[in-house]
Design a protein around this ligand. Structure first.
Ligand code: ATP
Ligand code: MG
Length: 180
């Protein structure tokens, strides 16, 4: 499984519709300060369900919507879609490609889509559980996160190993079964 593309429109500094296409191997995004490199990583975090504006380096959720420049009016919505190549079926779905999208309007109205069909955030979280992808996964290592892992409590570190070992879903199911 690998990240095939990211489509962004109206998210943070990206007013125009933009498509990043990736291939096997390593891709680096380079550019001057303030050109939007971190905004690309924020877009991936956001589409995977990030609910915290602070994690996205904003004060409120609306801050992810393009707020305009001298030359350009603000936009009314933000949209991000990521497409993963799933030909190895690491994601538990028969689809060869999985596209996850999220859209939010200034009114606060928002939606998630999985391969074009509206879905719940929970569906997205379940799809990525134990894969390392997802807003809590280790596929996105933010600034200061390595330090947090190294100096963190053993219980917190354990969570990371559980995710890597792929046993989070069993733990989750056990908790649900014990409740019933
Ligand atoms: P650095 O090299 O300093 O880390 P960077 O390339 O990572 O820079 P980002 O932090 O991704 O840069 O981008 C910051 C820019 O994004 C700022 O110019 C900021 O004004 C702009 N920006 C953030 N949110 C919005 C928004 N909602 N609307 C318009 N522009 C925005
Ligand atoms: Mg940056």
């Amino acid at each position: 499984m690998y990240l095939k593309s990211i489509e962004i429109q109206g998210f943070k500094s990206f007013a125009n519709k933009l498509l990043f296409e990736f291939h096997h191997g390593i891709t680096a995004i380079v550019g001057p300060n303030g050109s939007g490199k971190s905004n690309v990583a924020d877009a991936v975090r956001w589409v995977l369900g990030e609910q915290s504006a602070k994690q996205l380096r904003g004060a409120k959720m609306e801050d992810v919507i393009f707020s305009g420049t001298e030359a350009r009016k603000p936009l009314g919505f933000a949209y991000v879609a990521i497409t993963l190549n799933n030909s190895d079926h690491q994601l538990a779905t028969s689809f060869e490609e999985v596209t996850i999208a999220r859209r939010v309007y200034r009114s606060g109205e928002s939606e998630y889509l999985m391969n074009g069909t509206p879905c719940r955030l929970k569906d997205i979280q379940e799809l990525f559980m134990d894969t390392g992808i997802g807003k809590e996964g280790y596929s996105i290592i933010g600034q200061g996160q390595i330090d947090k892992i190294l100096s963190g409590k053993p219980e917190d570190r354990r969570e990371l190993f559980d995710e890597a070992a792929g046993i989070v879903k069993f733990k989750r199911r056990k908790i649900i079964a014990e409740k019933n």
